[in-house]
Design a protein around this ligand. Structure first.
Ligand code: HEM
Length: 504
């Protein structure tokens, strides 16, 4: 009897505490501007739409409710989401070491990526970040420049069948090239996505991204037990098997080679590129003896690079090319810079690291494209302690979403924000700009570990394409429907025409 009474009192006590903290949270959230929400469902009816429509609606909500103060809210079921879209409202979250944990929305990536660098938190994230940071050292990136060039040459060759013909979507060409690049630099393994986009592994990477995205956006796919009842689940499990089997096979093969100190021997000329070190080799090296990272730990990181390191760069490169295709005068300035670097007539020379560093104007174009179409449109954090943002207190437990495209369109920071103007990134024009006003790679301790790699890859690929082809956009920018998926895409692709240019 005593035990029963204690149990009832404990439950009642717990319920009373939960009710008090929930009431307090509701009181605080209530004050933040946002649309009226239904009990239990919240704003789920307005938000239960396709990816592209969802993105437009979130942006619409921000314009209506959050434009002045850079903060607004929406409810997904019983979970409050707070959207932040001004440098001053973003800083308290990204600038603080208290909000390092990703929101629960990232859990749908975990079956694939485990708790690798992107999805982990706490001590695990900290120790992984420490181990992985040196693998992005300048000297290591230098080795990758040749891989960027080799794959760009294949891309340019593949694109030749479109030259002088009608319009085509540039996104798939760039995506396959980016996937080949990340596979070779992360795993030291070629997957030949540019030659065989139907390969089982390549298809699994794409399908998995789509499934995760759909699950994130559909409230009833959130609970595991409901998701298991859907047709998506079977596909999800199939892809998972293919992806993990491939990474584990590559890891054990590379480990064997390194253990045997046979790194210089080409043990599989067809499949393996042994001369250069891949990220994977560095992780295996770092964990010799097996105490630091197990094969499973390494797999998490390699899969994370595969996921985070190709969709982001392909989105960024495709949008940059499209924007240059909309602005021929800016494209010609990029070409003039390339002529200066490579000298007319030396058309076959591959870029060196110094050449890539010299592409200052191209870099400004890349940055400006990332301002207008940031590859990662939404960043989500779990607010771990009550946090003052402007005149509001965002309570602990809320999900904070940084709406990057809106942040980048603050006309007080970027006047005439829709205009594509690379000179916004001239050093003299950046003086006094708020450090949280431009965040394509996020900011603070959990910023993108691959940003230097990404800019180098973009410069190598884009310069390779622009040295060979003149690009012309085949649709108007205003007509493009932007779809904010895991990365920023155009709903109907980015359609361009290309013509061969006098070689640079
Ligand atoms: C244009 C290309 C890229 C963009 C715009 C980009 C952007 C970002 C952003 C915004 C984040 C923060 C994500 C969040 O908080 O949810 C991030 C994290 C990350 N990125 Fe990138 N990224 C790019 C390329 C790459 C590449 C090439 C790699 C690897 C080779 C990479 C690896 C990572 C990893 C591992 C993280 C997690 C870092 C951590 O939490 O400590 N990214 N990236």
């Amino acid at each position: 009897m005593n035990i029963l009474l204690t149990a009832i009192l404990t439950v009642l006590g717990w319920l009373a505490m939960w009710y008090r903290s929930r009431r307090r949270m509701l009181k605080l959230i209530e004050k933040i501007p946002g649309p009226w929400a239904l009990p239990l469902l919240g704003n789920v009816i307005e938000l239960n739409v396709d990816h592209d429509e969802l993105f437009q609606r979130l942006m619409g909500m921000q314009l209506f409710w959050g434009r002045n103060e850079g903060i607004n809210k929406a409810w997904l079921g019983t979970t409050p989401y707070v959207f932040l879209s001004k440098a001053s409202t973003v800083e308290p979250i990204l600038g603080s070491s208290r909000h390092l944990a990703k929101s629960k929305d990232y859990r749908f990536l975990q079956p694939w990526l485990g708790t690798g660098l992107l999805t982990s938190s706490g001590k695990k994230w900290h120790s992984r970040r420490k181990i992985l940071t040196p693998t992005f050292h300048f000297k290591i990136l230098q080795d990758f420049v040749d891989i960027f060039s080799e794959q760009t040459e294949i891309l340019v060759e593949k694109m030749s069948k479109e030259a002088g013909k009608g319009s085509f979507n540039i996104f798939p060409y760039i995506t396959h090239c980016a996937l080949d690049i990340i596979c070779e630099t992360a795993m030291g393994r070629r997957v030949y996505a540019q030659d065989d986009s139907e390969s089982v592994y390549v298809k699994a990477v794409y399908e998995m991204g789509g499934i995760v995205q759909t699950r994130q956006a559909t409230l009833w796919y959130h609970p595991d037990w409901l998701f298991r009842l859907t047709s998506f689940y079977k596909k999800h499990q199939n892809n998972l098997k293919i992806l993990h089997k491939f990474s584990m096979k590559v890891i054990s093969e590379r480990r064997q080679v390194i253990e045997d100190r046979l790194a210089e021997i080409e043990y599989d000329k067809e499949q393996c590129v042994n001369k250069k070190l891949a990220f994977l080799d560095l992780l295996i090296e770092a964990s010799r003896g097996g105490t630091l990272l197990s094969d499973e730990d390494i797999r998490e990181e390699v899969d994370t690079f595969m996921f985070e390191g190709h969709d982001t760069t392909s989105s960024a490169m495709s949008w940059t090319l499209f924007l240059l295709g909309c602005h021929s005068e800016i494209q010609e300035k990029v070409v003039a810079e390339l002529e200066e670097i490579f000298g007319e007539g030396n058309s076959e020379r591959r870029p060196s690291m110094q050449d890539l560093h010299a592409m200052k104007y191209l870099e400004r174009c890349i940055k400006e494209a990332l301002r207008l179409y940031p590859s990662v449109p939404l960043l989500a954090r779990q607010v771990s302690v009550d946090t003052k943002i402007g005149k509001y207190v965002v309570p602990r437990g809320t999900t904070a979403i940084i709406a990057v495209p809106m942040l980048h369109r603050d006309s007080k920071v970027f006047p005439n924000p829709e205009c594509f103007d690379p000179d916004r990134f001239l050093p003299e024009n950046m003086i006094g700009r708020h450090p949280y006003a431009y965040l394509p790679f996020s900011a603070g301790p959990r910023n993108c570990i691959g940003q230097k790699y990404a800019i180098l890859e973009e410069k190598a690929v884009l310069s390779g394409v622009l040295r060979k082809y003149k690009i012309e956009a085949a649709c108007r920018r205003e007509d493009i429907i932007v779809s904010g998926e895991l990365v920023t895409r155009a709903k109907h692709g980015l359609v361009v025409k290309i013509t061969a240019r006098k070689k640079i």
